[in-house]
Design a protein around this ligand. Structure first.
Ligand code: PLP
Length: 434
């Protein structure tokens, strides 16, 4: 089985391998990727004459520098020469400490302490655990619920699932098992839309009424990702900060998708000039090279936890602080900051506006929106996922549409001509779906 041909590989994949949100045995045939370099995925078999596809997805927000970047390749190799992994209980190492210090320096000032988890979902688990443990440690266990706004996505493990969109997800499967959380309406759409006083009053009423049982509010700041690819005014983040302060509730920003420049600011919180009590990072943290996520918290949260009957944060995964992942995260962040990343994201934003403009007003297209290096075409009916993906691949572009959304968040190194190709592929995917 050393050199499986593509057909046999797909047969075995279908029989044995789960894919995200996939059935078993598999029904949708995935494309076999042989390698990836720059912004291109190289396929085992061509699609529509294309052996290489421009990756319009950055491997789900992660590969901001593209693939096989020499600096990141070198960082992994160099780290491999000293150690690939050691347990983090009772031991520490340079890559993890350097990364923690870097994250504390880059994120809003009160965030001081870093938990290095191994995936975004775990980073959210840890964030919510921190908040609940904080209130328990202060003798207030009744503050155990979490408020979020509808339409969000925070991961697939149980606590994160409990704060995902209660309608759009698969919540009905888990009735009675998920923690019962509180849901505010979703904020009015539009990054530039003025703050809606009625919506602000709705948030204030809910948080005020439930403050006694609320441990935290968690939101995806400015960009609501997998829950609907919507953009919101930063004004709502400022309002949440004020309400959380007024009612003694912790504020958590899930920046797993937005972190590291994607929305046009280094962190989406920077659009609002607001600091959360807890922040989650992941995805682009390692430039998409390895699995790593981080949960940062303020001194107040850490001190609260340390005053409890159990004065330690009750979490410690085997692969916590993995040195290979931490080393490539350090290299990825340094690489990002050594460049005019803001200029590059602006360039992509403007190229996306041009590339997606022809989609606006097409039959079946409900909305076209762009923010930072994120472009979204929303249809007025669900996409035919297989047909849309294939139509994009036949244009030489990898896209992964879902629900009524055809969207892209390309690597920051994507050339204007490739962004234009992504625009054509999105139009083709929309046409194939309507
Ligand atoms: N939070 C947000 C905002 C996300 O977009 C995601 C992943 O899509 C997650 C959490 C979960 O991260 P992971 O898939 O690494 O578990």
């Amino acid at each position: 089985q050393k050199h499986l041909d593509a057909a046999r590989l797909l047969e075995l994949d279908r029989a044995h391998v789960w894919h995200p949100y996939g059935p078993m045995p598999g029904t949708v045939q995935p494309l076999v990727v042989e390698s990836a370099a720059g912004v291109r995925l190289r396929l085992a078999e061509p699609v529509g004459g294309h052996r290489e596809l421009v990756d319009g997805m950055s491997s789900w927000w992660a590969a901001v520098h593209g693939y096989r970047h020499p600096v990141l390749d070198a960082a992994v190799r160099t780290q491999l020469d000293s150690m690939s992994h050691v347990m983090f209980g009772g031991l520490t190492h340079r890559p993890a400490v350097e990364l923690a210090v870097k994250l504390v320096e880059l994120t809003p000032e009160p965030l001081q302490h870093v938990f290095l988890a191994d995936s975004g979902s775990v980073a959210v688990e840890v964030a919510l655990k921190m908040c609940l443990q904080y209130w328990r440690s202060l003798g207030r266990p009744e503050k155990h619920r979490v408020l979020t706004w509808r339409g969000g996505y925070h991961g697939d493990t149980f606590h994160p699932m409990s704060v995902c969109d209660p309608e759009g997800g698969m919540h009905h499967l888990w009735g009675g098992v998920l923690p019962r959380q509180l849901f505010a309406d979703e904020p009015p759409a539009g990054y530039d839309a003025p703050a809606d006083p009625a919506y602000l009053a709705h948030l204030a009423e809910l948080i005020g009424r439930h403050a006694g049982e609320l441990a935290a509010v968690i939101v995806e700041p400015v960009v609501q990702g997998a829950g609907g690819m919507r953009f919101h005014s930063p004004a709502y983040l400022r309002a949440l900060r004020e309400l959380c302060d007024a009612h003694d509730v912790l504020l958590v920003f899930d920046e797993i998708a937005t972190g590291f420049g994607r929305s046009g600011e280094l962190f989406a919180a920077d659009h609002a000039g607001v600091s959360p009590d807890v922040m989650c990072l992941g995805k682009a943290l390692t430039g998409g090279y390895l699995t790593l996520a981080a949960t940062l918290c303020t001194g107040r949260v850490a001190e609260g936890i340390s005053r409890g009957e159990v004065p330690v944060l009750a979490h410690g995964p085997t692969f916590m602080g993995n040195p290979l992942a931490a080393a490539v995260a350090n290299a990825s962040i340094d690489l990002l900051l050594s460049q005019d990343w803001r200029g590059e994201v602006r360039r992509i934003e403007s190229a996306l506006r041009t590339a997606l403009a022809p989609c606006a007003g097409r039959p079946g297209v409900a909305d076209v929106r762009v923010l930072g290096a994120i472009g979204v075409v929303q249809l007025d009916a669900p996409v035919d996922m297989a047909a849309a993906t294939r139509a994009a691949a036949e244009q030489g572009v990898w896209l992964r549409p879902f629900r009524d959304l055809i969207y892209t968040m390309p690597p920051f190194v994507t050339a204007d001509a490739d962004v234009a190709a992504i625009g054509r592929a999105i139009a083709a995917a929309a046409a194939a779906s309507t």
